[in-house]
Structure formats: structure tokens, C-alpha cells
Design a protein around this ligand. Structure first.
Ligand code: NDP
Ligand code: GDR
Length: 335
């Protein structure tokens, strides 16, 4: 089996690639040109392309470049495609709304068109988001809850979601959307709130930092573990029929509670270090997310294995270790 992943260098792409390689897949990942290395998350599974029997293949392309997508699909001829590539930062989407729509929304239809034009019938996974629910319409949120996005990112994801549904209905494509609620890990991007907190807690513990500037501490999120969530993506594409699924833990917590667990784990009082900087507020906020994943549980046999407390502790421990290693590296350079 061959799988093609957009966004392989991101948090989810790296976990999904590991998961699929372990299942024996040939994994093709689209990477984009960058002036600095952007493959740190997949360094652990990198295989030299000159090695006989290499199973991981990286190809240059961009969701903004239709011809690259056409070429990759034609030449790779994947059995499964996972569209994880996106401008994925909600706050940043207010600063670059047009670019966000270009990649997160139009990138999806470019990919779907490339599939259609190829004449191939790969199974397709779209990375939809709980941000599509936005302003609270129903609690907990499920597959039938109406969308009310509250950011350019959320609006772009709603387009990508519906165009995926449309290609399923119009062209019979086996296309699934996973409506995933927030999921985190030690590989989470450092500007998302959980990782920002766990990294700062570790650095404060080691005396490398004193203050942490944050925005809205009252927002509530349903936080799960990324390693669990990529398995749900794969399970969706193994069903007899395509469909859309909410993937969530069913628990919600405030940013404040995440601070309590993360800093508490290191015996630090976060109130002495955290300051509010309004620049991290969003013009419109999503106040409360809590998902009902009973369809995924029932039909995919999927359930989360890591709870909120374990997740925060796992991330703090990983950051503490990483910061210690950096410190040792700096010290040995000085010798
Ligand atoms: P990340 O931000 O960690 O990764 C995004 C990936 O998209 C990176 O590999 C990035 O490449 C790539 N990318 C960005 N722009 C382009 C482009 N123009 N062409 C090709 N690739 C591009 O996101 P996550 O791994 O956290 O999320 C994966 C997907 O799931 C995203 O679509 C996100 O919106 C969605 N999602 C995430 C959730 C979460 O809680 N993590 C929840 C619900 C949905 P590069 O490394 O070069 O920047
Ligand atoms: P989110 O994640 O917007 O839910 O999108 P993020 O971690 O950025 O924010 C979560 C909540 O924390 C509040 N917050 C802050 N956020 C950031 N980034 N930085 C801060 O300093 C800060 N202070 C408070 C935010 O206001 C928000 O309420 C993530 C992304 O992965 C999306 O791609 C994905 O679709 C959704 O999760 C589900």
C-alpha cells in the first residue's frame, strides 16, 4: 500500500508517517522548499533515498502549486491520501487571512482536482477541525452540529470540509473528513498554547526564563494526544463506506487548568510567572469546545488512551528533558 501525506513535516504528519510505516506502507510525504531545515519531526524516520527498499519518500510540492500536486499524484499513484497540510494557526489566520484561505481552503480543492484529473481513485482523508463549530451552537459538538466558524482559519476549514463532501457525492470519491478536536504532543508547534506553556514551565524550572506571556486563559478546549488521533484517520479510510467523524476525548478544560497541571507538575506557582498580553487575544474567540466522539467509538472502534493530566505531564517531561539536553550541549561547547 502507498500513502501520500501533505503536511508530513507537521505534528500529525510525523505521527501518521510513523504509524503507516509500522503497518508496512510505502509513505510519500510532500515537503515544501524552505531556507532552513523543516524536517526535524521526521528526522527519526528519515531513510536515505539511495538505500535499497527505502519506505519513506519525500517529494517537493506545495498546496499552492497545482502542477506539483498533479505530477505527484500521477507519478506516485497512491492508494490513500491524507491532506494534513495547512496554515494551521488560528491567531495567525487573522493576520494572513488570504494566504490561509489559499492553502487551507483552496489547497484542498487543488488536491481533489488533481485526484479527479488523474483518473485514479485513492481514498482521501481531509483534516477538518473543531474550529468549524466556532460559536457554541450545541454542547457537546457532534457530526450534525451546525458550523459557525470564528476565524479565517475556521472559515477556510469549513470550505475544505464541504468541498470534500462534494467530491464524495459528485464523483464517488472515497473521501472522509475527520473533525478533530485539539490534539497535542511533545511535537506540538511551539506557538500553540499547550506547548508554549510546557516549554516555558520547563525553562522556568531550569532558571532559563522568568515570564510567560499569554492571552485568554478562560477558553475551554477538548485536548487529546496526537498519537491517538492519527490512528483514527487511518481507521476512517479502512471502512466499507466513507463518512465524517468527530474525534475528541469528551472532556473540556480551561487554559488555566492546563497551567495548573503543567506548572504544578514542576512545583511552580504559575501565577508568579504568567502575564497577560492582549496581542494574543483573538478578534473573535471560540469559547468552548467539547466533542462527542461516539460515532468514531462505535464505527471505528476508536478511543483515546491518554487523558488531559497524562498529556500535560508527558509534554512537560519532554520539554524538561529537551531543555536539559540543550543546556548540556551549550556547556560542553564551552569546554
Ligand atoms: P502543523 O501546523 O504542525 O503542520 C502543518 C503542516 O502543513 C506542516 O507540515 C507544514 O509544512 C504544512 N504546510 C503548510 N503550508 C503548506 C503548503 N503551502 N503546502 C504544503 N504543505 C504546507 O499542523 P498539525 O500537524 O497540528 O495539524 C495537521 C492538520 O490537521 C492541519 O491541517 C490542521 O489544520 C488540522 N487540525 C489540527 C488539529 C490539532 O489540534 N493539531 C485539530 C484539527 C485539525 P512546514 O513544516 O513546511 O511548515
Ligand atoms: P486553537 O489552539 O486555536 O484551539 O487551534 P491554540 O493552542 O492556538 O489556542 C487554544 C486556546 O488558547 C488560548 N490562548 C493562547 N493561544 C495561543 N496560541 N497562544 C497564547 O499565548 C494563548 N493564550 C491563550 C487561545 O485564545 C485559544 O482559545 C488549534 C490548532 O491546532 C488548529 O489548527 C486546530 O484546528 C484546532 O486546534 C482544533
Amino acid at each position: 500500500m502507498k500513502a501520500l501525506i501533505t503536511g508530513i513535516t507537521g505534528q500529525d504528519g510525523s505521527y501518521l508517517a510513523e504509524f503507516l510505516l509500522a503497518k508496512g506502507y510505502d509513505v510519500y510525504g510532500i515537503i515544501r522548499r524552505s531556507s532552513s531545515f523543516n524536517t526535524a519531526r521526521i528526522d527519526g524516520i528519515y531513510q536515505d533515498p539511495h538505500t535499497l527498499g527505502a519506505k519513506l519518500h519525500l517529494v517537493y510540492g506545495d498546496l499552492n502549486d497545482a502542477s506539483s500536486l498533479n505530477r505527484i499524484i500521477r507519478t506516485v499513484r497512491p492508494d490513500e491520501i491524507y491532506n494534513l497540510g495547512a496554515q494551521s494557526h488560528v491567531r495567525v489566520s487573522f493576520d494572513i487571512p488570504e494566504y490561509t484561505a489559499e492553502i487551507t481552503a483552496l489547497g484542498t480543492v487543488r488536491l481533489l482536482e488533481a485526484i479527479r484529473e488523474s483518473g485514479l481513485k485513492p481514498r482521501f482523508y481531509q483534516a477538518s477541525s473543531s474550529e468549524m463549530f466556532g460559536k457554541v451552537q450545541e454542547v457537546p459538538q457532534r457530526e450534525t452540529t451546525p458550523f459557525y466558524p470564528r476565524s479565517p482559519y475556521g472559515a477556510a476549514k469549513v470550505y475544505a470540509h464541504w468541498i470534500t463532501v462534494n467530491y464524495r457525492e459528485a464523483y464517488g470519491l472515497f473521501a472522509c473528513s475527520g473533525i478533530l478536536f485539539n490534539h497535542e504532543s511533545p511535537r506540538r508547534g511551539e506557538t500553540f498554547v499547550t506547548r508554549k506553556i510546557t516549554k516555558a514551565a520547563a525553562r522556568i524550572k531550569l532558571g532559563l526564563q522568568r515570564e510567560l506571556f499569554l492571552g485568554n486563559l478562560d477558553a475551554k478546549r477538548d485536548w487529546g494526544y496526537a498519537g491517538d488521533y492519527v490512528e483514527a484517520m487511518w481507521r476512517m479510510l479502512q471502512q466499507d463506506q466513507p463518512g465524517d467523524y468527530v474525534v475528541a476525548t469528551g472532556e473540556t478544560h480551561t487554559v488555566r487548568e492546563f497551567l495548573d497541571v503543567a506548572f504544578g507538575h514542576l512545583d511552580i506557582d504559575w501565577q508568579r510567572h504568567v502575564q497577560i498580553d492582549p496581542r494574543y487575544y483573538r478578534p473573535t474567540e471560540v469559547d468552548l469546545l467539547i466533542g462527542d466522539a461516539s460515532k468514531a467509538r462505535r464505527q471505528l472502534g476508536w478511543k483515546p488512551t491518554v487523558d488531559f493530566h497524562q498529556l500535560a505531564v508527558m509534554m512537560v517531561d519532554a520539554d524538561l528533558e529537551a531543555e536539559r539536553l540543550k543546556l548540556q550541549g551549550t556547556a560542553s561547547k564551552g569546554n
